[in-house]
Design a protein around this ligand. Structure first.
Ligand SMILES: *[C@@H]1O[C@H](CO)[C@@H](O)[C@H](O)[C@H]1NC(C)=O
Ligand SMILES: *[C@@H]1O[C@H](CO)[C@@H](O)[C@H](O)[C@H]1NC(C)=O
Length: 572
């Protein structure tokens, strides 16, 4: 073989073979690259005609191809209607975005009105059989469900972390707090018991029974993608209702996983249904005549809208909304435990809990507290929720991050002191994530926008009061009434606080006093609308209505007179 003169040295060194091999490798590589480009082009092409291919696959009975296609081309979150997970026929989908990376992890449809109606119809059809299913059987489905949730705990938590952003450990807590409601629903027979009084009059007994309502619906927020759906449907269905669930469009994955588990646990077709979307589907839920009750957790604007729109249609509504949770720190509080509690409750879950501590009021001087608070807050690790040892993950979206930045800035501009600024944080490897580091603003006054608005981010506001009375007054003047806590070693102060504070959930040396499901989640004032709270006795009452029966059994027909007067228990 003749080589160009410049390469003569190669032959001289017996390297012609090496050169040839390198050349062929290069060509191989080029070929591979071309194939890859071609494959990508084909995939893009297929994705454009996905609907047609899907239809052909379905018609030809080759669901495997269709399954592969769905997984390769795009992950779409299905509806659940009448026991089947079905892709929506909607033309509009919203990207579900990993808040740590901005990657699109799946797409959630705006379910069509037709699909919504089908879901309600499926729930309506499933109701007669389900309500007549023995309560022991319904409880056993929950018993199985709690087992399956435990089995899939890691999978559920990873799904929550990927779509919502919170740390894996916090995501496990999210699932676990929901699991506790499922456990509680396993004892529904006792919870749903009626009442009986014999001989209210001679030979006449009266008793009341709690009956399910029919089709109920739940509308969920983004901050607890597993816990909140589990606050809703397990209690509802174990009481004998059927359910239509609308998960948050930002992180619908956990709801779908939980519904898969519920079906695996033996929940019959149509008892639990899932549809997706935003305003339109929410309004459809409020307006639908077949839906009897709505559970909602989320913002005040949405919550009050749903409350009034659904109430106008005669529905029951329980609506858990915004919060501004305060902690009062008394001078005698245990320093170490209090600081740890403030940091954990202020910055945990990146402040996106409706029971997060967003404001601390120091009674009798704040300076010595603030210095240490800054130190501990600074030490927290901000990173993607999947990274080990992360303390705070990102906030849910770019818009949420911008809003939090704006509220912090407005605080600074109206005279607050920025003790710790987490706004410019950069997380290596996750540069495009919606991260905000722990932020502390002090010298806050009640007229500031950052105080009046729920920030829903890792921002702690610091205020001062001269006395416990003054501190309690600050809390009571706030429009919200979700939670409040006091840190003190004085029982007298704690008792005064417990009695006088206007908040639904009170913590005494406990920063996030979210009650376990044998009590109810009891926000008040602007944080709750409706009168029957989530889970606990109130939760069971919400999902049931009372029927009162008065009975009389007589041995013989005897001689009875017609009496047109109002019957009373008095003997004439
Ligand atoms: C209820 O009333 C009937 C008729 O007056 C009487 O015979 C019976 O003993 C009473 N039963 C009870 C449990 O009080
Ligand atoms: C979470 O699970 C749902 C249901 O299987 C799925 O649609 C979604 O893509 C999952 N999300 C992630 C990030 O894996």
């Amino acid at each position: 073989m003749d080589f160009p003169p410049a390469l003569d040295f190669l032959t001289q060194f017996g390297c012609s073979f090496v050169l040839l091999r390198s050349l062929s490798r290069l060509l191989n590589l080029l070929g591979l690259l071309m194939m890859l480009t071609f494959c990508i082009k084909v995939l893009c092409f297929i994705s454009r005609f996905k609907g047609v291919i899907r239809f052909l696959c379905d018609a030809g009975g080759v669901p495997r191809i269709r399954f592969c296609l769905d997984n390769v081309v795009q992950r779409r979150v299905p509806n659940l209607i009448g026991g089947s997970f079905l892709d929506s026929k909607s033309s509009t989908f919203i990207d579900v975005i990993n808040p740590a990376t901005q990657e699109v992890v799946s797409q959630v449809p705006l379910s069509t009105n037709g699909e919504f109606k089908e879901a309600v119809l499926a729930a309506k059809k499933a109701f007669p059989l389900w309500r007549n299913t023995p309560i022991t059987t319904r409880q056993r489905v929950m018993l199985k469900l709690q087992e399956l949730i435990r089995r899939d705990m890691d999978k559920l938590a990873l799904n929550v972390t990927t779509e919502q952003g919170k740390t894996l450990k916090d995501a496990q807590g999210d699932v676990f707090r929901g699991l506790e409601v499922v456990e509680h629903a396993c004892g529904m027979a006792t919870l749903q018991m009626g009442e009986f009084v014999s001989n209210v009059s001679h030979g006449i007994d009266t008793y009341s029974i709690r009956e399910p309502l029919g089709v109920c619906a739940g509308i969920c927020p983004f901050n607890f993608p597993a816990m909140i759906p589990l606050w809703m449907f397990p209690v509802a269905v174990t009481c004998g209702n059927t359910f239509v669930l609308k998960p948050s469009e930002k992180d619908p994955g956990a709801s779908v996983l939980l519904a898969e588990l519920a079906l695996e646990a033996g929940l019959p077709e149509g008892v639990l249904n899932i549809v997706h979307g935003t305003h339109d589907i929410v309004n459809a839920i409020c307006d639908d005549d077949d839906i009897k009750a709505i559970s909602f957790v989320g913002s005040n604007t949405a919550g009050m809208h749903i409350y009034s729109r659904a109430a106008a249609k005669g529905k029951r509504v329980q609506s858990n909304m915004g919060a501004k949770n305060h902690a009062i720190v008394m001078p005698d509080a245990n320093v170490d435990a209090t600081l740890n509690a403030l940091v954990a409750a202020g910055f945990g879950a990146a402040g996106q809990r409706c029971m997060a501590l967003s404001t601390v009021i120091f009674v009798g001087g704040s300076q010595q507290w603030e210095a240490k608070l800054i130190e501990r807050a600074k030490a927290l690790k901000v990173n993607a929720g999947t990274e080990p040892n992360t303390d705070l993950g990102p906030v849910i979206s770019k818009q949420a991050k911008e809003r939090i930045h704006r509220l912090v800035q407005s605080g600074v501009e109206s005279g607050a002191k920025l003790l710790l600024d987490g706004r410019n944080i950069v997380v290596p490897g996750y540069e495009s994530g919606n991260f905000i580091g722990p932020t502390i603003l002090s010298d806050i006054t009640a007229n500031m926008e950052c105080y009046q608005e729920e920030i829903f981010g890792p921002v702690l506001l610091s205020m001062q009061a001269d006395s416990l009375e003054e501190a309690i007054n600050i809390i009571n003047n706030n429009k919200y009434g979700n939670g409040a806590a006091i840190f003190t070693t004085s029982g007298v102060a704690a008792r005064k606080f417990q009695t006088e504070v206007e908040a639904g959930q009170v913590g005494i040396n406990v920063p996030i006093p979210v009650p376990l499901p044998f009590f109810s989640f009891t926000g008040n004032k602007g944080s709750f609308a409706g009168d029957l709270n989530f889970y606990g006795k109130a939760g069971v009452n919400f999902f049931t209505q009372i029927k009162t029966i008065t009975q009389q059994w007589k041995d013989s027909t005897g001689s009875s007179k017609i009496n047109l007067a109002m019957p009373t228990s008095q003997k004439y």
